[in-house]
Each structure stands twice: as structure tokens, then as C-alpha cells.
Design a binder for this molecule. Structure first.
Ligand code: NAD
Length: 376
């Protein structure tokens, strides 16, 4: 087996460390020209302004005019701001949406192109980019340690990741206290994304030993701490452990890449508005059962390594976790027509599907969506 491992992001983890943004910028020689791409919640509650003030001139602009699952037009807007103000670096503070927008804007700003030219088109991103300091506020996507930027083109009805080495942040500052304000349903959904990333990173065709170890570390933390973080948003231990799981699951999947559940999540989010993590979790136990005997027993080994008797028991536990944290386990409320199910099958045929260890046929997708369509 041949494998390479690379992780170029410096990680600073711990409560209160958001206050280190200015020190990190100074250490990187960035004395001025900073853009804070900031989750709206923190732009409104005064945190963004405080960060700008504390930066002593290093950060001069704030951009928070974007939506969850950011659109390519919003990336272009941020890039125009960078160009017009001759900005030199980007601090990306928010969930995956803020970080992914910031990553693409920090690259595309150095060209006169629209990001749409690179989104789902196969055209390689230019390697030049502004330095990025990533500060996640959800636990979460792990985007702070990945070279992925997931964008949506609402005009074309397309959601897809762009991958570029230029998207790796220079530094990730993970401060669990920033996640205390995440509402319970967002906590549940983003936490399910963590579990999906760990499990899919492990069984991906591109799996490798260092990422396997990360997946085995991250997954049990989600089973243990996600219900606590949902029920008690201020529980310091649960929030800290979910942030630990999130960044380590990010390391688990960024090289192997995600698989079937992520492939299916794109149309579920795009067409039916299901939040990203909830959409991934919706199919995770289904694919666990399909993949259970793949890779000469590796998936069974994973289930045992994280404390289950076998993959079926792990799949049952995924289902129970969804119920416990209030996530959907079916699509019955959507009253899907046969045509809508056919669309889900067709659009799930995303490149990530081909990383799944078992070949997923249209018939398998059809079975799964038909089952979900009648399940509460
Ligand atoms: P998000 O960034 O869209 O945020 C979800 C909601 O939570 C939003 O309404 C946001 O305003 C709110 N929010 C975020 N942080 C908050 C806080 N601390 N307090 C209060 N409210 C807060 O959600 P996400 O799940 O973090 O990111 C999802 C996006 O990331 C999707 O587009 C997904 O496809 C993408 N993603 C990217 C990667 C990657 O490697 N780049 C990996 C997985 C997913």
C-alpha cells in the first residue's frame, strides 16, 4: 500500500484562544490589510468589531454578507472587496459556510475571474492565494484543516466542492467557547457531519493509516458528547470534545475524501433545504450496512475499534443518535413524487460516490430513497 500524508495547517486549540488572532497575524508578518469574513451572529453581537479593534490595525474590513451554503456570487462579492481595498490576508470566522467562502475569495481575488468558472467545471484553481487564518464557530465541518471549499451555484442548482492546495489555512484557531451560542438543531446537524466525515474518511477508497487513526479517535467522541452538547449548550466538556472531534475528523477525511453519504447530501441540501450535516447523517446508517463487509473486514474492524460489536450495531447506534438529538431519520414529510426520487438518484451520482468502497448502483440509490420517502 502506498500513501502520502501532509497536513500544512498549524493548529491552536483551547478556550479563549480567539484572542490570539492578532498574535498569529503578527507572527505571520501581517501588520495591516486584514479582512474578517465573519459569521453574521458574531458581526451582530459585537465580537467582530472587537476583533478588529483588538487587531491594532491589522484587520480593517469585515464581510458578513453571505448565506449558509454560500453562493458563488457571494464569493465574488468578497473577492471584489479584497481587490478594491488591496487587502492582504483573510481571517475566516464562522462555520463551514464562512470558512469556505473565505477560502475561495482569498484565491479568486488575485485574478479577475468569477469563482463560477472553477465550480464543478474541473478547471484547476490558481495556486496563488492570500494567507488565511481560520476560526471555526461550529463543530463542524473541519474546514479549518481542509483544502476544500464547498460552494453553491443557486442559478444552476449546483452544490459542489472545489479542491485546491491554496485553500489550506495557514493557521486554525479552535476556541470551543465560540460554539456555545450554536443553537441545538445546528449543533446536532453539524455534529452529525463530524461523524459522517470520520466514518466516510475511514471507509473511503483513499483511506490511509494516519487518517484511520484520526477517524477512530473522532467517531466515539461524537457518540458520547453530541447528545450532551445538544441538551446543554454551555457544557464546557461536551463543547470542547465536539470541537476536538471536529478538527480531528477534518484531518480524517481531507486526504481520503468523503463518499456516498456526502454525495447524497448535495441534492438533499440543494433541492430540499436539509442542513448539510443532517443530510449526511440521513443516509449514513444505510451506507454503513451496505459497506459492512467491504475492504476485507476493515469496516467491521472500525466498528469494533470504536466500541461496537459489529457494523450493524454501529448502524443502529447512528439511528438512535439521530433520534436522540432530534435529526430526521426519513423524508416522509416531503411527500416525494416518483419524479423527485428519480432526481435524487440522478443527482446523487456525484464524484464522491465513486470513493465508496462498494459500487453504488442506481438501483441501490432508488431502494434507499424509496425507503426514506416512506419513513418518518
Ligand atoms: P454553517 O456555517 O452554514 O452555519 C450553520 C448555521 O449556524 C448558520 O445559520 C450560521 O449562521 C449559524 N452559526 C454558525 N456558527 C454559529 C455560532 N457560533 N453561534 C450561533 N450561530 C452560528 O454550517 P456548517 O455546518 O458549519 O457549514 C456547512 C457548510 O460547510 C456547507 O456548505 C458544507 O457543504 C460545508 N462543508 C465544508 C467542508 C470543507 O472541508 N470545506 C466540509 C464539510 C462541509
Amino acid at each position: 500500500m502506498l500513501w502520502d500524508y501532509q497536513q500544512p495547517v498549524a493548529i491552536r486549540f483551547g478556550n479563549g484562544r480567539v484572542r490570539e488572532i492578532k498574535d498569529v497575524a503578527a507572527e505571520m508578518g501581517l501588520a495591516d490589510g486584514g479582512l474578517l469574513v465573519c459569521e453574521r451572529f458574531f458581526a451582530k453581537n459585537g465580537t467582530a468589531e472587537k476583533i478588529v479593534k483588538d487587531s491594532e490595525g491589522a484587520i480593517s474590513e469585515i464581510f458578513s454578507d453571505f448565506s449558509p451554503n454560500p453562493d458563488v456570487t457571494e464569493v465574488d462579492k468578497a473577492a471584489s472587496l479584497i481587490r478594491s481595498k488591496h487587502l492582504k490576508f483573510v481571517v475566516a470566522m464562522g462555520g463551514g459556510s464562512a470558512m469556505d467562502l473565505a477560502k475561495s475569495a482569498a484565491s479568486i481575488a488575485l485574478t479577475n475571474d468569477s469563482i463560477a468558472e472553477y465550480h464543478g467545471t474541473g478547471k484547476a484553481m490558481p495556486q496563488e492565494h492570500l494567507p488565511i487564518i481560520a476560526v471555526p464557530t461550529t463543530a463542524g465541518t473541519g474546514s479549518e484543516v481542509t483544502c476544500v471549499s464547498v460552494l453553491t451555484n443557486r442559478a444552476l442548482g449546483k452544490k459542489a466542492p472545489i479542491v485546491s492546495d491554496g485553500f489550506f489555512p495557514s493557521v486554525a484557531i479552535i476556541d470551543p467557547e465560540l460554539t456555545y451560542s450554536v443553537p441545538p438543531h445546528v449543533t446536532a446537524s453539524t455534529g452529525m457531519d463530524v461523524l459522517s466525515q470520520a466514518i466516510e474518511g475511514y471507509w473511503s477508497k483513499g483511506h490511509q493509516p494516519i487518517c484511520d487513526a484520526c477517524a477512530i479517535h473522532a467517531a466515539p467522541l461524537v457518540f458520547k458528547y453530541l447528545p450532551i452538547a445538544v441538551a446543554e449548550p454551555d457544557n464546557a466538556e461536551a463543547r470542547q470534545k465536539m470541537c476536538e472531534a471536529s478538527v480531528i475528523a477534518g484531518l480524517a477525511f481531507t486526504l481520503p475524501k468523503t463518499t456516498s453519504s456526502h454525495a447524497c447530501s448535495f441534492p438533499l441540501t440543494n433541492i430540499h433545504g436539509i442542513p448539510h450535516g443532517e443530510a449526511c447523517g440521513l443516509t449514513l446508517d444505510w451506507f454503513a450496512r451496505i459497506n459492512k463487509d467491504a475492504q476485507h473486514g476493515r469496516v467491521q474492524e472500525f466498528a469494533r475499534a470504536i466500541g461496537f460489536e459489529d457494523v450493524d450495531a454501529m448502524a443502529d447506534a447512528i439511528h438512535e443518535l439521530k433520534v436522540k438529538v432530534g435529526l430526521r431519520t426519513g423524508l416522509k414529510d416531503l411527500n416525494l413524487s416518483a419524479e423527485q426520487i428519480a432526481d435524487l438518484v440522478r443527482i446523487s451520482r456525484h464524484p464522491n460516490l465513486y470513493n465508496n468502497p462498494v459500487e453504488i448502483t442506481d438501483e441501490m440509490l432508488q431502494d434507499m430513497y424509496e425507503h426514506l420517502a416512506v419513513t418518518d
